[in-house]
Design a protein around this ligand. Structure first.
Ligand code: 13P
Ligand code: SF4
Length: 301
C-alpha cells in the first residue's frame, strides 16, 4: 500500500485531522485536510472535533493547537521542527520590558512559545496584527518577537509608541532590497507580493504585503498574470495549483525554512502509527496563554 493510502486508512481509524501550513512540502500539503496560514490553522485546531490533530508545521503551531483544544491529542510529526524566531524572545525578557514600560500592552506574535504567550496581553498573527494593535487602548505597545512585523504594524499607528526587541525570521531576512531590484528588472510585468516578516526596506518596495493566505488571495483575485513572491517557497505549491494560468517566481534563490521542511509524508505516517510526537503543555501556563489567544479571536476583523 502507498504511504498516502496508509495515512488515509490510519487517519480514519484514529479519527485524526491533518493540518498543514503553506510552507510545508507539497506532498504534505496534498494529504492534509486543511492547508492554511497560522490564523486559519489555529482556528481549525480550536474548532476540531476529532480525537487527534496531526500538525504539519512547527512546534509553536502545534503548541497553540494544544492550548486552544486541550482535550485533543496533538501530534507534531517532526519533533525537532522549531522556529528560530520564536526562540528569540523569552518570558523573562518580556517581564523585563514590562517593568521598563509599565504602561505598555504586550502584543505577542503567535510565533512564540507558551511561556511568552502566558505573560502577554494579546496574540496576533501576520494576517490580523494591524487590527489587533488598533484594538489596544494603550499608547505604548511592546511587540515581540518579530521586529520586522512590528515595524510593519507600527506604520499604521503613527500615534502609538512601539517597543520592538530584535527578533526576526532568518528565512525572510535573506531577501534583500538588491534581490528585489534584480527580480523587478528581470520580470518587469510581475506584481510583487511579500510577507511582512521581510525586512522593512523590502516590504517598502512591494506592491502588496500580507500573510501567506492573504498573498494567495491577492494572487487569485488579481488580473495580473505574473507574480514575484517574497516568502517561503512552499507557498508556490498552492499558488500553482490554484492559478494554473498564472506565473509565479521566487525572488533570487528560493527561500526555504529548514524547519518547515523537516516534515514529510513518512513522518506523518509514523506520527499516526506510533501516536508521536505528542505535544504536552503545563496546565497553569496553558490557562494563562489561552487568554491572550482568546482575546485575539475576540477582536472583530
Ligand atoms: P502566516 O502563514 O500566518 O503568514 O505565517 C508565516 C510564518 O512564518 C509561519 O511561520
Ligand atoms: Fe519561523 Fe520563519 Fe520558519 Fe516561519 S518561516 S517557522 S517564522 S523560521
Amino acid at each position: 500500500m502507498e504511504v498516502t493510502e496508509k495515512i488515509k486508512k490510519l487517519q480514519k481509524e484514529r479519527n485524526a485531522l491533518i493540518l498543514a501550513h503553506f510552507y510545508q512540502p507539497g506532498e504534505v500539503q496534498d494529504i492534509a485536510d486543511v492547508v492554511g496560514d497560522s490564523l486559519e490553522l489555529a482556528k481549525a485546531a480550536r474548532d476540531a472535533e476529532n480525537d487527534v490533530i496531526v500538525f504539519c508545521g512547527v512546534r509553536f503551531m502545534a503548541e497553540t493547537a494544544k492550548i486552544l483544544n486541550p482535550d485533543k491529542t496533538v501530534l507534531l510529526p517532526a519533533i525537532d521542527a522549531g522556529c528560530p524566531m520564536a526562540d528569540m524572545i523569552t518570558a523573562e525578557e518580556v517581564m523585563r520590558l514590562k517593568e521598563e514600560n509599565p504602561n505598555a500592552a504586550v502584543l505577542c506574535y503567535v510565533n512564540s512559545d507558551i511561556e511568552v504567550k502566558a505573560v502577554s496581553d494579546i496574540c496576533a498573527t501576520s494576517s490580523n496584527a494591524v487590527k489587533i494593535a488598533q484594538s489596544l487602548k494603550e499608547e505604548e505597545i511592546i511587540f515581540v518577537p518579530d521586529q520586522c512585523l512590528g515595524s510593519y504594524v507600527a506604520q499604521f499607528l503613527p500615534e502609538k509608541k512601539f517597543i520592538l526587541p530584535k527578533g526576526f525570521c532568518p528565512t525572510h531576512m535573506k531577501i534583500t532590497s538588491a534581490d528585489i531590484k534584480a527580480a523587478r528588472a528581470a520580470k518587469p510585468n510581475a506584481r510583487l507580493l511579500v510577507h511582512p516578516e521581510c525586512a522593512p526596506e523590502v516590504v517598502k518596495l512591494a506592491d502588496f504585503a500580507g500573510s501567506t493566505a492573504q498573498i494567495i488571495k491577492e494572487a487569485v483575485n488579481s488580473s495580473h498574470k505574473e507574480f514575484l513572491i517574497g516568502t517561503e517557497e512552499g507557498i508556490l505549491h498552492r499558488l500553482v495549483k490554484l492559478c494554473p494560468d498564472k506565473k509565479f517566481y521566487n525572488i533570487g534563490r528560493s527561500q526555504t525554512c529548514p524547519n518547515m521542511k523537516k516534515t514529510n509524508i513518512d513522518l506523518v505516517l509514523n506520527a499516526l502509527e506510533k501516536m508521536e510526537h505528542e505535544i504536552k503543555v503545563k496546565e497553569d501556563l496553558a490557562k494563562k496563554a489561552v487568554k491572550s489567544l482568546e482575546r485575539m479571536f475576540s477582536v472583530p476583523l
